[in-house]
Ligand binder design. Sequence first.
Ligand code: CP
Length: 309
Amino acid sequence: MTEQLSTKHLLGIKYLTREDIELIFETADEFKEVINRPIKKVPSLRDITVANMFFENSTRTRISFELAEKRLSADVVNFSASASSVSKGETLLDTVNNVLSMKVDMVVMRHPAPGAPQFLARHIQANIINAGDGTHEHPTQALLDAFSLREKFGELAGKKVAIFGDITHSRVALSNIYCLRKLGAEVKVCGPPTLIPKFLPALGVGVEHDVKKTLQWCDAANVLRIQLERQDVKNFPSLREYSQYFGINRALLDSLDKEIVVMHPGPINRGVELTSDVADSEHSIILQQVENGVAVRMAVLYLLAARRS
Ligand code: CP
């Protein structure tokens, strides 16, 4: 078992090895035990300062990173673009360099532009953690998703995972595909043809358009949100029609001759991609995903801090 990550940044799952992912999971196992103790804090990142720089909205990822940093005793500063000098025209590099001048060691960044964390990593010394870059990658979401499946199934190799919905505009989909394939799972995507990119089969991913057939095939269904805010053109006639043909509801689950695990990265469009009687059902591990996010992000921060130069 390797003792340290092969990289000093977490820019995407594409750049991690299978050994890196397994090391993150084993470290997260230990931190999950820590955060379930009455005293949830350890001194591992004392004297490290982390800046959470969010240029795009977030609930789960921002709070989860901040909690993870505080549980590790890091000093934390939070930056949100809407309340900063970005609105006065300051560039990304100037903004980040000004924050780093205040002796920040690690940057957690969400940005609407795909590739923004890679750009930063070429120009600054601090460790960069990608908290979602446009439609590209959301690596910690994929890690917490796979960690949650590993808790459920023990081993991901040979497991069948289907990703439903708006694949084209989803950074969660691409990171999940890289992560699950590296861990030996079989992956299919299912959604309207207009929301599935043509390059996916080259990543070893099956493509389906029939929801019931895909549910019958999979052990776990990761259901994604329709990202209307990223769609300039109409990719389907209406939300009502999308829900009718691609939404997952209780009747559909009950019609299967097997049980499956239901996941969603959030935020959920209830009644569009998932009905409440599925999202809140015994099949759903949506809140376990959120809980696991803190332990997984603690593991990522801890392991990257050990790679500081
Ligand atoms: N899953 C996820 O990235 O949610 P937020 O946008 O709320 O961070």
